[in-house]
Design a protein. Structure first.
Length: 332
């Protein structure tokens, strides 16, 4: 492992899922880490005592300047977002995250930050490429001509462009990853912002704990996705940040499954078989989405490798315990 003991990093949004894991990894590598999030610290998913932990609203320029001050690297994981249920119902709120990235870019440029990372999304891809469960996987160039996910996807695509132009016009080295549905322990698993992997683990864990025999699934379950484990996500962020590649890269698994297959897997791990009720009026997003990892392999000689079975097994165990704590039950 390289020695980063003289390096400093800002993890913006580090009270959330991916930022919390990233901050842990940077601390392990010896960085001086500043974590900033707008939530009170007792609501952070992970709190690292060895980091400088700051509560601030990074959509404000002054807060962004204070956060970036003295930092070598800035990782922007801060956004007002969630799974498809949240982003379809909160398009303006999602788009307001543009203020966070704008102000962090300006602050980083003015503070002489060495490298800037932006967390983009598979939601930037044009809708026409995602109309069936088994269409060809998404290559980076398929984001244009642009017709991304309404609200959230437009914000991400605009922010990608802003990173590019801050690099070209101001010399700030920017790096961008397009995350494909990241999951794992210490992520959002209830409250309305959870994505399919956590939602399905929660519903099945709750059924097991409460002795129920039914669950609700959004849509007919034949829509497809690839899901990316958090360890691959953190590894990919660091590899992209440290690379020479200044183009947006997919950071996603290529293991395509339908939602019904995801439910089959979680049921198998949980040792149960439930009756599924398909809610066809719930939010469903695109019909199919997979990552094409040709470019990341070419650029980095690496791509995500954790299987869905391995990742979901760890995630289910963690969510099962969380559901138990939430219902005040002691679980094995
Ligand atoms: P998360 O919601 O767990 O974390 C985001 C954090 O940002 C939250 O803790 C939130 O409080 C914080 N935040 C929001 N507004 C802020 C503000 N004004 N100032 C400071 N902090 C603020 O989400 P996550 O899953 O960790 O996602 C991290 C990043 O990755 C986001 O940019 C998200 O859009 C992107 N992304 C995530 C996924 C995924 O599947 N998790 C997929 C694509 C893109
Ligand atoms: N959230 C959720 N909850 N989704 C469910 C459920 C459930 O209980 N049951 C079935 N689904 C289906 C949804 O209808 C959708 O078709 C699919 O599972 C995936 O839903 P999400 O995981 O919520 O979102 P997404 O894959 O459409 O988009 C997510 O990934 C993007 C990156 O790949 C979002 O989190 C975006 O914010 C993110 O950028």
């Amino acid at each position: 492992m390289s020695d980063y003991s003289s390096s400093s990093a800002l993890v913006a949004g580090g009270g959330g899922f991916i930022g919390g894991h990233l901050a842990a990894r940077l601390l392990r590598e010896g960085y001086r880490v500043r974590v900033v999030d707008c939530k009170p610290v007792d609501e952070w998913y992970q709190v690292h005592p060895d980091a400088e932990n700051v509560v601030a609203d990074l959509s404000l320029l002054d807060a962004a300047r204070a956060a970036a001050d003295g930092m070598d690297e800035v990782y922007n994981l801060a956004a007002d977002m969630g799974g498809i249920g949240f982003i379809e119902g909160n398009k303006a709120r999602c788009m307001l995250s543009v203020l966070i990235n704008t102000h962090l870019l300006m602050a980083s440029r003015d503070a002489g930050v060495d490298r800037f990372f932006f967390s983009s999304s598979a939601c930037v891809y044009a809708a026409a490429h995602q109309t069936a469960p088994d269409l060809e996987p998404l290559r980076e160039e398929m984001a244009y001509p642009a017709m991304p996910e309404d609200g959230y996807g437009w914000e991400k695509l605009f922010d990608e462009r802003m990173c590019r132009h801050f690099s070209e016009d101001f010399g700030l080295r920017t790096r961008v990853a397009r995350f494909h549905n990241i999951y794992g322990p210490h992520g959002t698993w209830d409250g309305g912002r959870e994505k399919a992997p956590a939602a399905i683990c929660r519903k099945i864990a709750a059924a097991v704990i409460n002795g129920d025999d039914q669950i609700e699934i959004w849509g007919d379950g034949e829509q497809s996705r690839s899901f990316t484990y958090i360890d691959d996500c953190v590894e990919g962020i660091l590899r992209i940040m440290r690379s020479d590649c200044d183009q947006p890269l997919n950071l996603g698994s290529e293991e395509l499954v339908t939602i019904n297959q995801l439910v089959d897997l979680v049921q198998e791990l949980a040792g149960c078989s439930l009756t599924r009720h398909h809610n066809l009026s719930a939010a469903q997003g695109v019909r199919g989405r997979n990552s094409d990892n040709t470019l990341i392999r070419e650029q980095l000689g690496w791509a995500p490798a954790v299987s869905l079975r391995e990742g979901i097994s760890e995630t289910y165990k963690w969510i099962y315990k969380e559901v138990g704590y939430a219902s005040h039950r002691f679980l094995p």
